[in-house]
Design a protein around this ligand. Sequence first.
Ligand SMILES: Nc1nc2c(ncn2[C@@H]2O[C@H](COP(=O)(O)OP(=O)(O)O)[C@@H](O)[C@H]2O)c(=O)[nH]1
Ligand SMILES: [Mg+2]
Length: 216
Amino acid sequence: MRVAVVKNILDANSRIAQENRKLFDAHGLTVINLMSSPGAGKTTLLEQMGVHFAGRLKIGVIEGDIQTTLDAERVAAAGLEAVQIETDGACHLDANMIRNALADLPLDGLDLLVVENVGNLVCPAEFNIGEDHKVMMLSVTEGDDKPYKYPLMFKESRVLLISKVDLLPHLRCNIEKIKEAARSINPDLIIFEISAYSGQGLDDWHSWIQEQTAEK
Ligand SMILES: Nc1nc2c(ncn2[C@@H]2O[C@H](COP(=O)(O)OP(=O)(O)O)[C@@H](O)[C@H]2O)c(=O)[nH]1
Ligand SMILES: [Mg+2]
């Protein structure tokens, strides 16, 4: 019985996600669903992108958090169009929450929409929101065994951002082990090693973003 209920929820979500996707396509908007555990560095990267792409790409952000509007305030201060969803306990964003938030964004004026999902390596991977790409971030402080422990997110994602690589000298984290484990789950995964602090790897990430927006 429980299985049937879960399936119905996912079917309903998938229908709304398809409608969102049609709307995004009609506006020529590239949409990224950015997922990670709490504190991996998602908002910091968005702040950095706000500065980097200023005057070149118009970026909108939907921020998902269980509570507070702190992240929307941070990215708005970096010049991005921001909307905050407070999920009030829910551990992920679903397609319906995104549909409701879209009313507050100027879709015609945007080139890229990034949805910063609720910090969690499990549930966000199960819910499509109509995105073009799922992008996940894993910081080097989280340990090199995480692909094996949370395989679904690695399987569903197009891109893996390995973040905070500036901290590697202080950690016992084998970055090759992360990449090998992630690719054993998803051989097509595109991997960027980045640091928002030092700027390492950001050129490649920015180029990838630019390619996606140019194609749409
Ligand atoms: N060392 C280091 N710390 C970072 C980097 N990016 C973010 N942080 C820090 O990690 C913490 C969490 O960042 P935040 O962007 O709020 O993570 P989020 O929860 O994924 O949005 C903050 O203290 C950031 O300053 C980075 O590239 N290197
Ligand atoms: Mg954040």
